[in-house]
Design a protein around this ligand. Structure first.
Ligand code: NAD
Ligand code: GLY
Length: 375
């Protein structure tokens, strides 16, 4: 009985280490960093090297979490803030210039630490600004969306979009630490929570069939914001990603598998206009397209494809792409970073939990998949 009470009151708190060529860094996953006793500021302060801090956030996240972080850090550091407009459509050079302007206005130098407070858009841009300002300064990730907690804040991919392609300009630049506070998910819109679930399902599909079974049992609790279950899912995903990044930081091999569903998904995002389909939604529909192609090749069974569809639907995610002309889709795929020597390479599933990068498929099968859509 006593044990049950203790378990009921103890909050989720865990950490793991990401090992990279430049340095190792912790991911702290916690449930209460919005409280005074174990605040965000207390958790990140030990990883701030100099005395200058620029917090980069956006106009949605700022009213929710900025003040407490800024006020508490200001007791120890010179703290300035750069609030960007919210949205994937602002993940561009203009926003990067705004960050540089804030740094230059304060005469900040190589001692500065940038803190990304927000989702993947803020994290990717802050990381890119940190990678390029004065040839590279420290930065910290405080991801506040589920997607950024399980994926974008970890592993050092930073960057911005180009009008003709997503994430086309960027750098590999690792943070000093990542603080994922599950309690920030309480304010996240349900659609954004689902978008994060898509990336979680991705890890199961490419790496671990047993994790898919775990998700089938726990997704309902996750969608109902059970923070301990969410914390466990975030920890597992960060561990998968940390293992991959440790083997292949620069994506010359196994890291490409993390892009499962993304080549199809990028077509949807670019075609629909940045911000209209959420990244995670596009990845969900893209994973179904990749699964269907895997089935047509003879790797996945129909049962497996239907299992994938069911779990995506449990996460309230789209399982079909919008109507996109096949030639347009092919052209957009041509801009993908995974095209090599003019050949489209895709991440496909040999079975659930086992993915490969391949260009060894009949183009007609790809065309068949691209011609199936929701409308
Ligand atoms: P996002 O950053 O646009 O955040 C989604 C929305 O939620 C925004 O409106 C944001 O302001 C809001 N928000 C954030 N935290 C909130 C909170 N706690 N409460 C209420 N609202 C909150 O989107 P995202 O899904 O976090 O990230 C998508 C981006 O991440 C894309 O640009 C994608 O390309 C990138 N990405 C990068 C990597 C990588 O490895 N670097 C991996 C995956 C995705
Ligand atoms: N999101 C894919 C990667 O980080 O490699």
């Amino acid at each position: 009985m006593l044990k049950e009470c203790l378990m009921a009151t103890s909050l989720f708190h865990d950490s793991l280490t990401v090992r990279t060529q430049s340095h190792d860094y912790p991911i702290i996953i916690t449930e209460d960093a919005t409280s005074k006793d174990s605040s965000m500021a207390k958790q990140v302060a030990p990883y701030i090297k100099g005395c200058q801090v620029l917090i980069v956030t956006n106009d949605t996240v700022a009213p929710l979490y900025l003040q407490a972080l800024e006020d508490e850090l200001a007791e120890q550091f010179t703290v300035k803030v750069c609030v960007l407009p919210d949205g994937e459509q602002y993940k561009n050079q203009t926003s990067i210039d705004q960050i540089y302007d804030a740094l230059m206005a304060e005469h900040f130098n190589r001692d500065v630490t940038l803190i990304a407070l927000g989702g993947g858009v803020v994290g990717d841009m802050t990381g890119f600004a940190a990678a390029s300002f004065m040839r590279g300064v420290n930065f910290i990730q405080i991801p506040t969306t589920l997607l950024s907690q399980v994926d974008s804040s970890v592993g050092g991919k930073t960057g911005i979009n180009h009008a003709q392609g997503k994430n086309m300009i960027g750098a590999f630049w690792q943070p000093q630490m990542v603080l994922a506070d599950m309690s920030t998910l309480k304010t996240l819109p349900a659609r954004e929570l689902s978008a994060g679930v898509a990336e979680i399902i991705k890890y199961a599909l490419i790496m671990d069939e047993a994790f898919l079974t775990w998700l089938e049992e726990n997704l309902t609790a996750m969608m109902a914001l059970d923070l301990a279950v969410l914390g466990e899912a975030v920890k597992r995903c960060c561990q998968y990603k940390a293992d991959v990044v440790a083997q292949d930081e620069r994506e010359s091999g196994v890291r490409a598998l993390l892009n499962f569903g993304h080549t199809f998904g990028h077509v949807i995002e670019t075609h629909q206009g940045y911000g209209n389909w959420l990244h995670g939604e596009a990845v969900a529909a893209g994973m179904m397209q990749a699964a269907k192609l895997s089935q047509k090749i003879g790797w996945l069974t129909l049962d497996e494809v239907e299992r994938i569809e069911r779990v995506l639907m449990l996460g309230n995610l789209p399982t079909k792409p919008p109507a996109i002309d096949v030639q347009t889709a092919l052209d957009l795929m041509g801009h993908d970073k995974k095209v090599k020597h003019g050949q489209i390479r895709l991440i496909l599933l040999k079975s659930i939990g086992s993915a490969v990068v391949t260009n060894d498929f009949d183009n007609d099968l790809l065309l068949e998949v691209l011609s199936q859509h929701s409308a």
